[in-house]
Design a protein around this ligand. Structure first.
Ligand SMILES: *[C@@H]1O[C@H](CO)[C@@H](O)[C@H](O)[C@H]1NC(C)=O
Ligand SMILES: *[C@@H]1O[C@H](CO)[C@@H](O)[C@H](O)[C@H]1NC(C)=O
Ligand SMILES: *[C@@H]1O[C@H](CO)[C@@H](O)[C@H](O)[C@H]1NC(C)=O
Ligand SMILES: *[C@@H]1O[C@H](CO)[C@@H](O)[C@H](O)[C@H]1NC(C)=O
Ligand SMILES: *[C@@H]1O[C@H](CO)[C@@H](O)[C@H](O)[C@H]1NC(C)=O
Ligand SMILES: *[C@@H]1O[C@H](CO)[C@@H](O)[C@H](O)[C@H]1NC(C)=O
Ligand SMILES: *[C@@H]1O[C@H](CO)[C@@H](O)[C@H](O)[C@H]1NC(C)=O
Ligand SMILES: *[C@@H]1O[C@H](CO)[C@@H](O)[C@H](O)[C@H]1NC(C)=O
Ligand SMILES: *[C@@H]1O[C@H](CO)[C@@H](O)[C@H](O)[C@H]1NC(C)=O
Ligand SMILES: *[C@@H]1O[C@H](CO)[C@@H](O)[C@H](O)[C@H]1NC(C)=O
Ligand SMILES: *[C@@H]1O[C@H](CO)[C@@H](O)[C@H](O)[C@H]1NC(C)=O
Ligand SMILES: *[C@@H]1O[C@H](CO)[C@@H](O)[C@H](O)[C@H]1NC(C)=O
Length: 423
């Protein structure tokens, strides 16, 4: 009766398939049931195995996963129209608890696999490495433990690999570098060690690399300078040592660069602002960086956040902020700038006039000694946090700051206010 072809042809709506499979179940001996699915028995069994490992399904999303429906109509599943093989498994944010069945590795037509934001625990099955058609793998925000399987290198078409916010240990397998189409590697907030493998530089398609919050150790390999398409580099809080390789400053498409909270030393190249003209987010706080803040940063006209606090930058602060019209946060506290008390030490404040989006300006404990220009009174109306500190003479404390509605926080600790000038 129901040949696979006729069912494929007729089951264009789930109602029709409901009727047919209902019939199939009642009329056929069980051995032939799955053959009549018009799809592939292997996919069917792999999905049943996936379901069998789920111990809690609070939103009852898997209740449709039964004989009444073709598996291609189960919630969270999509199939190829013609061949009826599973191409998409999409069950994110469903509160699912349990472990991940290795049988998923049998869904050989799978292209998109997303179970992020659930409570899967146990290891990531190395069988996933058989999914050679897989392009997107999203396992973030779960409780996966154990290592990143080296076999993932078998997913040769993988573009996005998201494993962030799990409890993964061990090192980043160097086999990952065989994923020659990878654009996004998000493995932040795990417990990975063993450094950043230099081999990763071979993935020239890389656009987003996020490893923040792993105790990786080691230094930043200069081979990462091969990532010519990189827009986001987030290796904050990774226990990294050594200097930032100059090849990194050659990645001219970089939008976000965060290396905060490491032990990085050395100085920034004088041309940084001209080499990275697309920077929007530059976060190098809490390191051991030295030298001047390069004046070329004046050319990063898209910069929104500049966070250089808690380093040992020195010299005179000569950044001209007038072209940085999108800047909203400047944090330079805890550094060791000029400090010679020259009248023009604070002149950079004049250049902030056009920064109409500025919300935070933090300069405390910078060793800036000088005369604070009255132009500080013309800073953005949105400025809500101004932290100056340090001996700093104010030419005038602008009267507008007398009104607490404008600034949520003004901290002028240790300043010497010329009495006659306070308004
Ligand atoms: C089902 O898929 C598997 C793996 O791709 C394959 O070996 C098997 O021949 C397929 N079976 C049918 C009935 O198409
Ligand atoms: C399959 O699931 C649907 C929806 O939850 C339900 O109405 C139907 O009774 C179930 N069928 C079987 C055979 O369990
Ligand atoms: C995660 O899933 C839960 C539902 O289980 C939802 O309430 C929450 O908003 C989701 N979180 C994110 C970041 O999507
Ligand atoms: C599917 O995968 C499991 C575990 O990886 C394996 O034991 C099984 O033989 C595979 N094949 C089929 C047809 O289910
Ligand atoms: C994992 O890879 C190893 C070799 O790298 C291979 O021997 C093994 O069969 C693979 N396992 C799976 C499930 O693909
Ligand atoms: C990968 O990179 C390493 C050094 O980082 C290099 O020695 C090796 O030849 C590269 N492999 C391929 C396949 O490009
Ligand atoms: C840059 O980082 C910010 C803040 O973390 C984020 O909102 C934004 O999407 C990132 N942009 C790019 C291009 O990576
Ligand atoms: C930066 O890129 C240029 C041009 O591709 C190249 O000649 C130079 O060696 C690179 N510098 C570093 C430090 O990688
Ligand atoms: C900023 O860019 C302009 C135009 O490319 C260049 O002439 C100037 O020298 C740059 N300024 C700094 C401080 O590097
Ligand atoms: C910071 O730099 C100054 C010289 O610019 C030096 O005297 C001081 O020891 C440095 N401090 C640290 C903590 O490296
Ligand atoms: C600052 O803004 C004023 C008024 O909008 C404008 O005339 C001036 O050219 C701007 N300066 C710079 C350096 O963009
Ligand atoms: C503050 O802005 C006003 C109006 O744009 C201008 O007239 C005044 O000269 C500015 N004051 C300073 C100190 O820049």
């Amino acid at each position: 009766m129901n040949s696979p072809q006729s069912i494929i042809h007729l089951s264009s709506s789930s109602l029709i398939s409901f009727l047919f499979y209902g019939l199939a179940i009642t009329c056929l001996p069980s051995a032939t049931v799955s053959a009549s699915y018009g799809g592939n028995e292997t996919d069917y069994h792999a999905l049943l195995s996936f379901k069998s490992r789920i111990t809690h399904d609070p939103y009852k999303v898997l209740t449709t996963w039964n004989h009444s429906f073709h598996f291609c109509d189960w919630s969270g599943i999509s199939c190829g129209k013609r061949h009826k093989r599973v191409t998409v498994l999409w069950l994110q944010s469903q509160g699912l608890e349990g472990s991940l069945s290795p049988h998923v590795g049998n869904l050989s037509f799978l292209r998109y696999f997303s179970i992020w934001n659930n409570s899967f625990q146990g290891t990531i099955p190395h069988e996933l490495g058989r999914l050679s058609r897989l392009r997107h793998l999203y396992l973030s925000i779960n409780k996966f433990s154990g290592v990143i399987p080296t076999n993932l290198s078998g997913c040769s078409n993988l573009e996005d690999l998201w494993l962030n916010l799990n409890e993964l240990t061990g090192s980043i397998p160097k086999e990952i570098s065989l994923l020659s189409k990878l654009t996004t590697l998000e493995i932040h907030f795990n417990k990975l060690t063993g450094g950043i493998p230099p081999f990763l530089g071979n993935i020239t398609s890389m656009e987003v690399f996020a490893v923040v919050g792993n105790p990786l150790g080691g230094s930043i390999p200069d081979t990462l300078g091969h990532w010519k398409s990189l827009t986001e580099f987030d290796s904050a809080e990774c226990n990294l040592y050594g200097s930032i390789p100059h090849s990194i400053f050659n990645l001219s498409l970089l939008v976000n660069l965060s290396l905060a909270g490491n032990h990085l030393t050395g100085s920034l190249p004088s041309e940084i602002g001209n080499q990275l003209p697309n920077l929007e987010f530059l976060q190098l706080r809490n390191n051991e960086l030295t030298g001047v803040l390069p004046p070329s940063l004046s050319n990063c006209s898209k910069l929104g956040l500049l966070e250089m606090s808690d380093n040992n930058f020195s010299g005179k602060l000569t950044i001209d902020f007038s072209k940085l019209r999108d800047i909203y946060e400047i944090r330079l506290y805890d550094n060791n700038f000029h400090g010679r008390g020259k009248a023009d030490d604070m002149r950079f404040v004049d250049s902030l006039k056009n920064c109409t989006k500025l919300v935070k300006l933090e300069l405390v404990n910078c060793n800036l000694i000088g005369v604070l220009p009255v132009s500080i009174g013309n800073l953005s109306d949105q400025l809500e946090f101004l932290h100056l500190g340090n001996p700093m003479y104010l030419e005038a404390l602008p009267s507008k700051y007398g009104s607490p509605s404008c600034l949520n926080f003004i901290y002028l600790s240790n300043n010497r206010f010329p009495k006659e000038k306070i308004q």
